[in-house]
Design a protein around this ligand. Structure first.
Ligand SMILES: NC(=O)c1ccc[n+]([C@@H]2O[C@H](COP(=O)([O-])OP(=O)(O)OC[C@H]3O[C@@H](n4cnc5c(N)ncnc54)[C@H](OP(=O)(O)O)[C@@H]3O)[C@@H](O)[C@H]2O)c1
Length: 293
């Protein structure tokens, strides 16, 4: 077979095995994705690590701009500011989706209670095990989160930075699937195998560092493709995640960045460009290693 033909076939196969085709329908900032529980989650959220100095102001500005999901964790030190912003803003609490996390050394139930106390909320929407523990896969943590869910302290529970094997082991030990796996995700660092696994099991991937923490925004292939669409590299990265069915969590302190990152609903990346972006994959991670691959 001619080289070009072989390549075209391979690209088609890659595109066809993903959710990409399913998400070709019109997306909007208010679009949601359905979790295994039947609850719905916004398709884009604001990351808040490193937002600690002006958290309340930044989050209030993001809520006003149209963000409906905020991602946090006790160790980001942003929970108090997020609580302040929710109180100050005009958006109703039940329209705002709050994600928080517990650490592998925590008592999951107590840590959830402390997170809620810091946020000054009676429930979160999603609580995640931030990282898989060094030993085991967190079945005790999971039981604590299940208790928190039973007591309506959170609507859903999930994991973060888990590999496929760790999720399978957790499911084997607990009999329950996580609603979400939050992992680092960009064209430069992702896993088609994880995408297929999560899709097959109705686990939603939330993508952290979707902008590579700004470190790969000057990549030549990315900048030239973004220019063709009349969009910025950051917008192209966010839209790429959205079209794969991955929920991006871009962090932005600056109002202009927040606005820009939400302004991704007036264009669509063509299928061939989606695949080209996937071929940038080098398992890149802003922290050195992509732990789930
Ligand atoms: N589960 C986990 O283990 C885990 C780990 C890390 C992060 N997270 C979550 O994921 C979120 C996002 O990840 P991240 O904060 O590491 O990285 P990121 O979202 O990839 O990048 C954030 C950086 O990009 C800049 N930026 C934002 N919008 C931009 C734009 N339009 N153009 C140019 N630069 C732009 C931000 O600047 P400004 O802030 O100055 O606007 C900031 O310096 C975190 O905030 C956190 O909520 C989860």
């Amino acid at each position: 077979m001619q080289r070009a033909q072989r390549r075209a076939r391979l690209l088609y196969a890659m595109a066809a095995t993903t959710q990409a085709l399913l998400f070709a329908t019109k997306l909007a900032p208010s679009s949601t994705v359905r979790l295994l529980s039947g609850n719905r989650m916004p398709i884009i959220g604001l990351g808040t690590s490193e937002l600690r100095h002006h958290t309340a102001e930044s989050v209030a500005q993001a809520l006003a701009a149209g963000y409906l999901m905020i991602d946090t964790s006790a160790n980001y030190h942003t929970q108090r500011g997020i609580g302040d912003a929710i109180r100050q803003c005009k958006v109703a609490r039940n329209s705002i989706y709050i994600v928080t996390k517990i650490e592998e050394t925590d008592d999951a139930y107590d840590a959830t209670r402390l997170n809620l106390a810091e946020l000054r909320l009676d429930h979160a929407d999603l609580v995640l095990i931030h990282n898989p523990p060094e030993r085991g896969v967190g079945e005790v943590l999971w039981q604590g989160l299940r208790r928190a869910k039973r007591e309506r302290m959170t609507r859903d529970i999930g994991v973060s930075n888990y590999s496929i094997e760790q999720i399978e082991e957790l499911v084997y030990r607990t009999g329950e699937l996580p609603a979400v796996n939050q992992i680092e995700w960009s064209p430069f660092g992702h896993s088609p195998r994880m995408l297929d696994f999560c899709f097959d099991n109705h686990i939603v991937i939330q993508g952290w560092a979707p902008l590579t923490r700004g470190l790969r925004l000057n990549d030549d292939k990315l900048t030239s493709m973004a220019a063709r669409y009349g969009k910025t590299p950051a917008q192209l990265l966010i839209r790429w995640s959205l079209q794969l069915g991955v929920v991006p969590l871009p962090k932005a302190n600056h109002a202009q960045h927040q606005q820009e990152n939400l302004d991704v609903f007036d264009f669509e990346i063509r299928q061939m460009d989606m695949v080209k972006l996937r071929t940038l994959n080098e398992h890149y991670s802003s922290t050195g290693v992509l732990p789930y691959v």
